[in-house]
Design a protein around this ligand. Structure first.
Ligand code: NI
Length: 250
């Protein structure tokens, strides 16, 4: 069974969402999905999807890219919380798309971590080209959660794990230019790794560039299994338990 810990099923690319989610659940062994918001509107949409499908859960928050378009409204974000909201996310820092508003991004990231801690929820963290500042904030506030689509070094992974957080791994691990991700996986205990798609983005090889969905997670598990010397099934089983430990027992 498959637990997809990070996706964006409210994206407009999913015009066939009702059939797709039904198929994933009944034919592709996808047993849990977390779909993430990136602002208030998409967070509302994520919650609405989670209300229509029992196996779909929501994460809500402001993605760092959104801070070039809008301001943080914590009260509104907080007012959206339902039982199907499992995390605050995706939140974090993105210096690839925007270096001009670093302070605003950091403020938004920290305030949302504090909100998650107040609500006793984990965080789903986005870190693109911002490893230093991301790690510094995580070490200072020590939230529970996951660094999704992990792209840092093995040393950073060790620090993230030491805080008690998880490493999110998706389709990138199957790419030829996966950089240090195989080494990160080799050096990270399997009980600290979560599987994710980031659907509709980052489809694994041999579907790279196509629309991604949770049925492709076995390709990611296969690659991690190769690195760890275990079967893809074992990877699916252990990482699903990890996701339960983080999102349902925390
Ligand atoms: Ni994402």
């Amino acid at each position: 069974m498959i637990f997809d810990t990070h996706s964006h099923y409210t994206d407009e690319q999913f015009s066939d969402i009702e059939e797709l989610l039904t198929k994933l659940n009944t034919e592709n062994s996808v047993s849990e999905i977390i779909t993430c918001g990136t602002d208030i509107a998409s967070s509302k949409a994520a919650i609405s999807l989670s209300e229509r499908f029992p196996f779909v859960y929501a994460a809500i928050g402001y993605h760092p890219e959104e801070f070039s378009r809008c301001d943080l409204d914590l009260d509104t974000l907080k007012s959206l919380i339902t039982k199907k909201v499992l995390a605050i996310g995706e939140i974090g820092l993105d210096y690839y798309w925007n270096k001009e508003n670093k302070e605003k991004q950091k403020h938004g990231f920290i305030e949302q971590i504090k909100l998650a801690q107040k609500l006793n929820l984990p965080v789903i963290v986005h870190d693109r080209d911002a490893h230093g500042d991301t790690l510094q904030i995580l070490k200072e506030y020590t939230p529970k959660g996951v660094v999704h689509c992990f792209s840092g070094s093995t040393e950073m992974a060790k620090e993230v794990i030491k805080i008690g957080m998880y490493i999110g791994v998706g389709g990138v691990v199957t790419f030829k230019n996966a950089k240090n991700l195989p080494e990160v996986i080799e050096n990270s205990p399997l009980d600290r790794i979560l599987l994710e798609t980031d659907a509709p983005y980052l489809a694994p090889v041999p579907f790279r560039g196509k629309r991604n969905d949770s049925s492709l997670i076995p390709y990611i598990a296969e690659k991690i299994g190769d690195i760890k010397g275990i079967s893809a099934d074992e990877v699916l089983k252990i990482t699903r338990q990890n996701a339960y430990n983080l999102f349902f027992k925390f």
